[in-house]
Design a protein around this ligand. Structure first.
Ligand code: MG
Length: 372
């Protein structure tokens, strides 16, 4: 079956304020209608417009039809434009609902397999009152009541015939369909599929769009240091007594180096060696919190915060377990985050390989950054 979409955008809706009708106002950097159309990308769309809006509408690159004085008349103009195009199903949608999802569209088309019409709605969950002169004058039973949304989906020939037979004045296409005796299935709607009506609705829609475009970055890091003569090692900022030391240009804190590289990795900023060249004598014996502090500072400057990180130390000895909490606490302190965003754990390598032979310690780390 061939599915067409009618987007009704001929209204002059003025409750939102502003110089332009609401469907032409800007939302997150582009007109509301550009967002609405994006939800139907790849489908055959007819946009029903007010004649005055034609110059703006021509920039959107879809088929335009001029609407009538009422919503019914505008939908009928769209249906007439689609007659004879081979469309067997049609979705009729309000242009001022820019956040409709493809998942909802798919649910509607699925329901059309069994019914001539299908429309999204949400059950009313708030108590309902009647009011008069600022006082509650009665309550209404909310059982069986729904908040209707669009797109409303229909078999094409049935809804065209229903509109042609309807005297006019319907609130939506479900009302037209029911007047013609068509069954309309209720499909679960979406709370985010809001209709822009009042000025505050734009801020709410922008918040939803921002959430959908959330910038999340992951990085990983790996480091190895060899054992040498000594009586302690530094691991994740904690001095751990041990029969050997770790060899390195800095304090050789292998865990903190892996974590620092993970953060640089998430930012696509190379590794510690790029920012603190081993050839530069000023970093000789440096405490590794300088490196970690630099990486997290770079993340903050770019507008990211650390969502979580996970460090795994690979060694037979020293035993990490007794020190893991202190390591977690110290890493969290250096990075300025809550301790439950930091994980430090350890594994042996079953006496295999260089870590198994106790020639050195390896560390792996993963970090997730989220744009704030
Ligand atoms: Mg290192």
């Amino acid at each position: 079956m061939d599915t067409a979409v009618i987007i009704v955008a001929a209204g002059r809706g003025s409750r939102v304020g502003g110089a332009l009708p609401k469907q032409w106002q800007m939302l997150a950097g582009k007109p509301v209608l550009a967002h609405t159309l994006a939800a139907f990308a790849g489908m055959s769309v007819v946009l029903v417009i007010h004649p005055e809006d034609r110059p703006m509408a021509e920039t959107l690159g879809v088929r335009l039809v001029e609407g009538g004085a009422t919503r019914d008349a505008s939908v009928l103009a769209g249906l007439r434009a689609l007659a004879g195009t081979g469309a067997t199903r049609v979705l009729i949608h309000d242009g001022a609902r820019p956040l409709v999802s493809r998942v909802l569209v798919d649910r509607l088309l699925q329901a059309l397999e069994d019914h001539p019409g299908a429309a999204p709605a949400l059950a009313v969950t708030d108590a309902l009152w009647r009011g008069n002169a600022g006082l509650v004058s009665g309550t209404v039973d909310r059982a069986g009541l729904y908040r209707a949304q669009t797109p409303q989906a229909f078999r094409f020939d049935a809804i065209l015939a229903a509109h042609l037979a309807h005297p006019g004045g319907a609130l939506d296409d479900v009302e037209v369909a029911r007047a013609a005796g068509l069954d309309v299935a209720i499909v679960e709607g979406e709370e985010n599929n809001l209709k822009l009506t009042y000025p505050g609705d734009f801020a709410r829609a922008e918040a939803v769009l921002k959430g959908q475009s959330m910038d999340v970055r992951m990085g990983n890091g790996y480091d190895v240091h060899a054992f040498c003569e000594g009586d302690h090692v530094w691991l994740c900022g904690v001095k751990v007594p041990h029969g050997k030391g770790l060899l390195g240009h800095s304090d050789a804190d292998v865990g903190m180096h892996a974590l620092t590289d993970a953060i640089y990795g998430a930012l696509a900023e190379g590794d510690i060696g790029r920012h603190f060249p081993p050839s530069d004598p000023q970093w000789k014996g440096a405490a590794s919190h300088i490196f970690l502090g630099h990486a997290i500072g770079l993340a903050t400057a770019r507008g990211y915060r650390l969502a979580n990180c996970d460090v795994t130390l690979v060694c037979e000895r020293p035993k990490i377990g007794p020190h893991a909490l202190a390591m977690q606490t110290e890493l969290a302190r250096i990075m300025g985050v809550e301790t439950d965003r930091v994980s430090v754990k350890a594994t042996t390598s079953e006496r295999l390989g260089f870590t198994g032979r106790e020639e050195g310690i390896a560390a792996l780390a993963t970090a997730t950054l989220v744009k704030t």
